[in-house]
Ligand binder design. Structure first.
Ligand SMILES: Nc1nc2c(ncn2[C@@H]2O[C@H](COP(=O)(O)OP(=O)(O)O)[C@@H](O)[C@H]2O)c(=O)[nH]1
Ligand SMILES: [Mg+2]
Length: 310
């Protein structure tokens, strides 16, 4: 198969650490979503436990600025960092991504940092699968940390964040839309809130209000608050310490295994849903089919479930 020959060639270069080969493999899994697992199978097994960090929040909260500061520190320590920027703009406009590129320009030139942009619009249903696949490819490449930056709006973006071991929500005093984030369920799934822009005068009032709101939410009471000013480099080291420790803590407490299982379930679910959509799209429906189709699906699911329990 000519494709396999080409793939073997790229994998050889991938193994020797060529970033260009990494980019090629990512494009292959993105563009051949149904063969992605076959491709990933052929990559080297990851040699280390990579921490996956999800950073979400409203546009303008300072996610990119914050992560560029954190990544710079890690790069200085010699860590290999992969960044996946989920771009909410259309794949054709490139608007949001251009801004991020300028902000992260000083990062992408570095040897041990790799940045990949993934368009979220135009890939509904496939985005989540793609992120899992891309993370697998990056793990195999040997990154110490993988960071996913995504705007916390829309179901596909929330779904994406579950791929992470450590979930950070970036808030800033001049956004004032935490209520929206509460509604979207993001406040609950975040492990810590990074309060950015504490250099702004209104930040202390904002933190106070946030703490009051959190106290009313029983699930959110114990959330960690990390105050930072990304542009002034304040609090960045404490945030880094917390992020590093979080990974160790969840591994020791068993939470890591729980999340790994949760991830597997979501990944399978998303893959089934995507395929079901494809099947239904081409299924030749007759009105009379409905009851038997429904019954057959339920019967099938029950049998699979029974066999798995035995
Ligand atoms: N005052 C202040 N502005 C910041 C800080 N961090 C980021 N910004 C600014 O906020 C804007 C949005 O930042 P960006 O990182 O692109 O936000 P993102 O959309 O969440 O990725 C930019 O103009 C930044 O310069 C901060 O700590 N303090
Ligand atoms: Mg950004």
């Amino acid at each position: 198969m000519p494709f396999q020959k080409k793939l073997n060639n790229i994998i050889e270069k991938f193994k020797s650490g060529e970033k260009y080969a990494l980019a090629q493999i990512i494009s292959l899994v993105e563009n051949n979503i149904n063969y992605a697992w076959d491709i990933i199978e052929q990559l080297p097994k990851p040699k280390k436990e990579t921490q996956i960090i999800g950073i979400t929040g409203s546009p303008g909260a300072g996610k990119s600025t914050f992560l560029s500061k954190v990544v710079n520190e890690w790069a200085k320590e010699g860590l290999k960092i992969g960044i996946i920027a989920v771009d909410p703009s259309s794949p054709f406009s490139g608007g949001a991504f251009l801004g991020d590129r300028i902000r992260m320009r000083n990062l992408s030139g570095k040897d041990n940092i790799y940045i990949r942009s993934v368009a979220s619009r135009g890939s509904v249903g496939g985005l989540c699968d793609s992120i899992y696949d891309i993370v697998d490819v990056m793990k195999s490449f040997g990154f110490d940390k993988i960071i996913i930056e995504t705007v916390g709006a829309g179901q596909s973006e929330i779904e994406v964040i579950f791929v992470a071991d450590t979930i950070l929500l970036v808030l800033s005093p001049n956004n004032g839309d935490e209520i929206q984030l509460f509604k979207a369920g993001i406040m609950e799934i975040a492990d810590a809130y990074v309060i950015n822009k504490i250099d702004l005068p209104e930040s202390s009032k904002f933190i106070l209000q946030l703490k009051n709101t959190l106290n009313l939410e029983s699930d959110a009471k114990s959330k960690v608050i990390l105050p930072v000013s990304s542009i002034r480099n304040d609090g960045i080291n404490d945030a880094i310490k917390w992020i590093n420790n979080h990974f160790e803590n969840i591994k020791n407490s068993g939470e890591y295994d729980f999340r790994k299982k949760r991830r597997m379930k979501r990944r399978i679910r998303s893959s089934i849903i995507r395929n079901i959509d494809e099947i239904l799209e081409t299924y030749n429906f007759e009105f009379n089919d409905m009851p038997s189709l429904k019954n057959n699906i339920i019967k099938y699911m029950c049998e699979v479930n029974k066999n798995e329990k035995n």
